[in-house]
Write a protein that binds this ligand. Sequence first.
Ligand code: HEM
Ligand code: HEM
Length: 188
Amino acid sequence: MKSSRWVRQWRSSSSQHGWVAIGLHWVSALLIIGLLALGIWMVTLSYYSQWYHPAPHLHKSFGMLFAAILLFRFIWRLINHQPEVQGKAWERQAAHYGHRVIYLLLMAIVVSGYLLVTAEGAVVSVFDWLDIPASPIQFERQADIAGWWHRWLSYLLIACIALHIAAALKHQLIDRDGTLSRMLGRIQ
Ligand code: HEM
Ligand code: HEM
């Protein structure tokens, strides 16, 4: 029987992302872009806006949901093959380190967000369904320091995502090596 042109296997191989990795990539991308937009918008709200309380609540809840997805993604990467990156040697190196930088930024943004919210020992309420307790480690000026890092690492992440998207489009449209189609589940 003729095989489908779209990926069917759930695990990744050395030539193809599996559908779990593909799903994790695109769900994470949507969540991250939403969290960035919501974060930037919500800090401009006045106390009298009807969104003054719900917007941060949604941001924190989706942020913690994303933290769980990120943790699962790390585990999934560890127990799966990584498909070979396409392109010249320097491009493969750049992608290798670039992806690591993105993961590190995401981890640091989640941790700083958590430390910011729990600075006074408060819990993080996730969709009014689950309360995540504050860390037993508290430090001086925790909210200021964590807030500073949360903001500036998020802005740095935006720059990295812009570069990442430009690289993906360059591979797809100029080099025509199918990098983006592969992340969309097309079999090479
Ligand atoms: C990938 C995940 C996340 C991204 C991309 C993100 C992004 C952002 C951005 C861009 C801002 C606005 C910063 C500013 O201009 O001042 C912000 C603010 C904020 N974020 Fe996040 N965030 C994430 C996860 C979280 C998590 C997990 C929490 C807490 C549990 C959190 C709590 C907050 C809070 C409380 C603010 C308001 C800070 C203030 O009032 O200055 N964020 N976030
Ligand atoms: C918030 C947005 C995004 C983040 C944080 C992100 C992050 C990542 C990371 C960490 C990888 C490494 C592979 C993995 O571990 O799954 C990756 C792969 C990839 N991303 Fe994104 N991504 C984002 C959005 C996008 C967008 C919008 C595009 C398309 C224009 C894109 C195209 C790709 C492609 C084509 C690959 C596969 C590279 C390869 O197979 O060598 N990403 N992305």
